[in-house]
Structures are given as structure tokens and as C-alpha cells.
Design a protein around this ligand. Structure first.
Ligand SMILES: NC(=O)c1ccc[n+]([C@@H]2O[C@H](COP(=O)([O-])OP(=O)(O)OC[C@H]3O[C@@H](n4cnc5c(N)ncnc54)[C@H](O)[C@@H]3O)[C@@H](O)[C@H]2O)c1
Ligand SMILES: O=C(O)[C@H](O)COP(=O)(O)O
Length: 326
């Protein structure tokens, strides 16, 4: 029987909490997400489950009993994995658990831009039919969708795109040809080639030192003037000041963003004033089914680690042999 408290940094679906309780753990919701609160509340815990606010080095240092950090989701850029590894703490995530939902969110942002959904909705509510006659909406079939990153979400997005009649071009140098063939995508030789050719550019790479600022002023200038940029991955992939400038000057036609360098996006942020941008608050994985899958998978992997079973989704596999003992 496993016992001990598991800090829940941000709310997760009850299915995950039930899984922890069934194994003997006591889920404890954190009362805040600042490093000081997390350090204080993680101190007695054997496990932590975190969402995209992450788990900082300071909290790791303050938690001598901590054995495992479960990441609710795929991206681990926000977790102090190097410090966890150093301390012998296992980090697990849930790749793929929310991939289809994020691909659907990507398509939702594309549709919202192409069909001007916010503007259309507002015009109806005003009782004003002028939009019907001024609207110049976009037919997607036949356009080129360019995907930067071709893992679980990139491939799921490609399948949805090809079903709509989009021509899908993808950049994923480490992926085998079979992934492209199975998803109906063409291989792009470089990010620059993809930027020049795509009518819609969508980002699906993790945030790492190599991908931070991947899309800056130069890359935006390479895009077509009537192209859209979509980001459901991480805000840090885009130089947001350059994006604001590109939207204001008409260098690109619009942006659909689910993620931001700072979350929540401050209400007075220049992106929040862009008429050519559609913004959602990091909800790509927040469908009912993805939330259940992600919470159950994260909780199940935390329980596996504490029970001594090698879990799926090991982020720091090297630590397994020298993990902290219970
Ligand atoms: N908005 C949301 O709620 C949400 C939900 C899930 C994931 N995400 C984000 O989406 C990202 C992608 O998720 P995924 O499930 O597709 O992950 P994945 O690991 O399956 O795929 C990522 C792909 O990017 C590739 N890659 C890494 N660096 C690259 C580079 N410089 N150039 C080209 N390719 C590169 C990897 O090799 C991999 O194939 C996650 O890292 C996460 O940050 C956001
Ligand atoms: O990387 C991911 O999977 C998402 O960013 C998950 O974020 P969430 O747990 O806050 O939904």
C-alpha cells in the first residue's frame, strides 16, 4: 500500500484524483502556484501533479520526501527537470493523451479566422446584416497548411487537414517517411521553405532552447501576406512583439493563439488589442475526454513510480536506476 500526500498544483479531473486515492495517496490541492507556496506545500509530499504552470527548482529543493513529479500533459518546459533528475526524482508526462483535442483546437482557430466567426457573431447580435455583404470569408479546400513539428499533434492535425481538402506540408526532420505517408502530408525541406509556401502555418514543436523564438521578424517576413499563423504549442516559440508588428503592418493576415509567453495573457497586452488575432486561454487539451485521459494517465504513472513499476512517459529515464527510495 502506498501512502502519503500528492500535491495537485492546479485542478485536474476527478478521475485522476480517484485513481490516486484508490492507490492510497492523499491528493492535496495547492493553495497557490507561486514558488513560495509550492515549496511550503510540497515539503511533506511524496508526489506532485502539475499542469502548465509547472513546478520550480525552489519547490524541488524544499521537498525531501518527493519521489515523482507527474506532468498533466506533454510539454515539460515548465518543470525543473534537471534539478529533479539531480535529486533522484522521477518526472513522468502523458504524451498523446490530449493530441487529438489539440489538433481539433488548431482547426477551430483556423476556421475561426477563415470564417471570421467572432465578427460574424457580433454582427448578428447587433441586428446588423451589413457583414453578410462585406464579408470575404476564406474557403480552406485547396490551401496549403504548413506544420512545423510532426509528432502526435502535428500528425493528428495533418489528418484533419487532408480530410478538409487542404494540401499539408510538414517539417519534421526526425520523423520517418511513413509518418508523412500515413497522414497524407508532404515533407517540407526546411522551415523557411514551409513559411514561404504555406497559407496557414501551425506550430507543433516543444519549447526548448533550440525552438525558443523560432518565429521572429525574419520568419514572419517570409510568410505570405494573406497567411495565418497558428500556435497551440507554447508562447515562447514566437517573438510576440514581432508578431504584433506583423499583424499591425499587414505582414501576415492573422493569428490564432492558444498559448502565450506569459499566461494568463495580461489584459493590457498588445496582442489582446489585435483585431486580426483570435485568442484562447491554453485550452487545447481541455475537452472532457482529453481531461479524463490526461488526469488518469498522469495519476496512473505517479502510482506506478511509487509502486516500483517502471511507468510510461518517463521524461528523465536515466534517473530510474538511481531514484529516491521510499
Ligand atoms: N495547447 C495545449 O493545451 C497543448 C496540449 C498539448 C501539447 N501542447 C504543446 O504541443 C507540443 C507538441 O506536442 P506533441 O504531442 O505533438 O509532442 P510530440 O513530442 O509528439 O511531437 C513534437 C515533435 O517536434 C519535434 N521537434 C522538436 N524540436 C524540433 C525542431 N526544432 N524542429 C522540428 N521538429 C522538432 C520532435 O522531434 C517531435 O517529433 C508540446 O511540446 C506542448 O508544448 C500544447
Ligand atoms: O503540454 C500540454 O499537454 C498542455 O500544455 C497541457 O496543459 P494543461 O495540463 O494545462 O491542459
Amino acid at each position: 500500500m502506498i501512502t502519503g500526500p500528492c500535491l495537485i498544483v492546479q485542478p485536474i479531473h476527478a478521475a485522476g484524483l480517484d485513481r490516486l486515492r484508490a492507490a492510497g495517496l492523499e491528493p492535496r490541492p495547492a493553495s497557490g502556484t507561486d514558488p513560495e507556496t509550492l515549496a511550503r506545500e510540497a515539503a511533506p509530499c511524496v508526489a506532485v501533479i502539475t499542469r502548465n504552470t509547472g513546478f520550480p527548482a525552489r519547490a524541488i529543493a524544499a521537498a525531501p520526501a518527493l519521489r515523482v513529479i507527474g506532468v498533466h500533459g506533454t510539454g515539460t518546459d515548465h518543470v525543473a527537470t534537471a534539478e529533479a533528475t539531480e535529486a533522484g526524482i522521477v518526472v513522468v508526462n502523458t504524451p498523446g493523451a490530449n493530441a487529438v483535442s489539440v489538433a481539433e483546437q488548431t482547426l477551430a482557430l483556423i476556421f475561426a479566422l477563415a470564417k471570421a466567426l467572432p465578427e460574424a457573431d457580433r454582427s448578428v447580435r447587433r441586428g446588423d446584416d451589413s457583414f453578410k455583404f462585406t464579408a470575404r470569408l476564406i474557403e480552406l479546400a485547396g490551401l496549403t497548411l504548413g506544420l512545423v513539428g510532426f509528432g502526435a499533434i502535428g500528425q493528428a492535425t495533418a489528418r484533419l487537414g487532408t480530410a478538409l481538402g487542404l494540401r499539408v506540408l510538414a517539417y519534421g526532420p526526425s520523423r520517418p517517411d511513413a509518418d508523412f505517408a500515413n497522414a497524407g502530408a508532404l515533407r517540407a525541406p526546411s522551415v523557411d521553405a514551409l513559411l514561404a509556401e504555406a497559407d496557414i502555418v501551425s506550430l507543433h514543436v516543444p519549447l526548448t532552447p533550440a525552438t525558443r523564438g523560432l518565429i521572429g521578424r525574419d520568419q514572419l517576413a517570409r510568410m505570405k501576406r494573406d497567411a495565418f499563423l497558428i500556435n497551440t504549442s507554447r508562447g515562447g516559440l514566437i517573438d510576440e512583439a514581432a508578431l504584433v508588428e506583423a499583424l499591425e503592418s499587414g505582414t501576415i493576415a492573422g493569428a490564432g493563439l492558444d498559448v502565450f509567453a506569459q499566461e494568463p495573457l495580461p489584459a493590457d497586452h498588445p496582442l489582446a488589442r489585435q483585431a486580426r488575432a483570435i485568442l484562447t486561454p491554453h485550452v487545447g487539451g481541455s475537452t472532457g475526454s482529453a481531461l479524463i485521459r490526461t488526469a488518469e494517465t498522469a495519476a496512473g504513472r505517479v502510482v506506478d513510480v511509487l509502486a516500483g513499476r517502471r511507468p510510461g512517459g518517463l521524461v528523465n529515464p536515466d534517473v530510474w536506476a538511481r531514484r529516491r527510495a521510499l
